[in-house]
Design a protein around this ligand. Structure first.
Ligand SMILES: CC(C)(COP(=O)(O)OP(=O)(O)OC[C@H]1O[C@@H](n2cnc3c(N)ncnc32)[C@H](O)[C@@H]1OP(=O)(O)O)[C@@H](O)C(=O)NCCC(=O)NCCS
Length: 222
């Protein structure tokens, strides 16, 4: 559990450009507080101290605005950015290296006992306000756009947006780096990148044209 907690803290540096120090993370990140509380609540839940688990989860919700049922199974290096309004249901399963933003719901759609909440495989990113409903599976590396409503399985390495969510991109061949906004930390904005490459091309062509003009001028002198 302590290894997981240490990892939960250190990944904040990778996923939030605003993070400056461990002190800042420990004292000002509600998403981190909620995960720390959950690690304890889940331990307690697993040894069947159900009321105590619910109580810890409730205190965490009161302090952070993030509701994680103590029964939810959450993998390593999970990050909740901003956090307010997040709800994670009892039978949710979250893999390793997932990130979710404020207002995300991993919710159920039936009263049936048993698995009724979603499963996020590894490296899933869920944008602000998205709702993922029912015992569906979000494949590894998938990205869910902000405010999407997802009610069917989503394959791995795709981007899905809208209500109901539809797939708009296949990102299989893109970098594995963390890319919450479709742009990674070390990447420039794609539009800026295209403009830069156009400018390079124009400069190259200008040089070629002036070399041609010089050659033509020399030929016409002869
Ligand atoms: C899903 C996401 C990653 C897609 O980014 P992208 O690959 O750059 O996609 P684009 O902006 O090129 O958009 C592609 C298409 O999807 C649509 N689209 C993008 N995001 C959408 C969303 N959240 N809901 C509905 N449609 C969306 C665009 O309008 C565009 O449609 P078009 O082709 O008909 O014009 C991004 O839009 C997103 O929602 N990221 C989450 C960010 C977030 O929650 N941040 C919180 C920080 S506090």
């Amino acid at each position: 559990m302590f290894k997981k907690i240490k990892e939960d803290l250190s990944i904040v540096f990778e996923r939030d450009p605003a993070a400056r120090s461990y002190l800042e993370i420990l004292t000002t990140y509600p998403g981190v507080h909620a995960i720390l509380f959950h690690r304890i609540a889940h331990r307690v839940w697993k040894i069947k101290l159900f009321w105590l688990g619910r109580l810890i989860s409730h205190i965490s919700r009161f302090l952070t605005g993030i509701e994680i049922h103590p029964g939810a199974v959450i993998g390593s290096r999970f990050f909740i950015d901003h956090g307010m309004g997040v709800v994670i249901g009892e039978t949710s399963i979250i893999g390793d290296d997932c990130t979710i933003y404020h207002g995300v719901t991993l919710g159920g759609t039936s009263w049936k006992q048993g698995k009724r909440h979603p499963t996020l495989q590894n490296k899933v990113i869920v944008g602000a306000g998205a709702k993922i409903l029912g015992p569906i599976i979000i494949g590894s590396g998938a990205k869910i756009g902000s405010n999407a409503v997802v009610i069917k399985d989503i394959p791995k390495n795709v981007v899905a947006v809208g209500i109901p969510a539809r797939i708009i991109q296949d990102t299989e061949n893109k970098t594995n780096a963390f890319r919450p906004y479709a742009v990674g930390k070390d990447e420039t904005d794609p539009m800026a990148k295209s403009i830069q490459s156009l400018i390079k091309q124009v400069n190259k062509q200008e040089k070629m044209i002036s070399a041609l003009e010089n050659t033509l001028a020399e030929i016409s002198k002869k």
